[in-house]
Design a protein around this ligand. Structure first.
Ligand SMILES: [Zn+2]
Length: 130
């Protein structure tokens, strides 16, 4: 299983993947804030005559904040992963304490569970489950 365990080089790669993703997310949020600013909204609202201006504002703000909230959530996950990297606990499954496979970490550097535990977790907590 040694070939699936992240070595120093892999960890350096994952560390830079996390840093790059964080920078990209911060840029996206900045972009979203710019497009959600009031002047832009007023310009948009000027073209919408059939819908109450307030509901258009609510709609735009809701969309903007939902996106931003999701991005902020992902930044938090990245920061937690960076903390685990610094503490040396990165890549350990939080449920079964086994090592998370390297391909999974490369696909999702913020993963906190191995594939098996994540699948079980999603099954248990999915609202679709009956
Ligand atoms: Zn596990």
């Amino acid at each position: 299983m040694a070939e699936h365990t992240p070595d120093k080089e892999n960890l350096a790669e994952l560390r830079s993947m996390l840093a790059e993703r964080k920078t990209a997310l911060l840029q996206t949020i900045r972009q979203e804030l710019l497009t959600a600013d009031q002047e832009h909204f007023q310009d948009l609202a000027g073209h919408v005559h059939d819908v109450g201006e307030e509901s258009v504002a609510d709609l735009l703000m809701d969309i903007g904040f939902a996106n931003i909230h999701r991005h902020v959530q992902e930044i938090r996950e990245i920061e937690q992963a960076q903390k685990r990297l610094a503490e040396g606990t990165y890549g350990i499954c939080r449920d079964c304490a086994s090592e998370i496979a390297l391909p999974r970490l490369k696909a999702q550097p913020t993963a906190t569970r191995c594939y098996e535990c994540q699948t079980r977790h999603e099954r248990e907590f999915s609202p679709e489950t009956d």
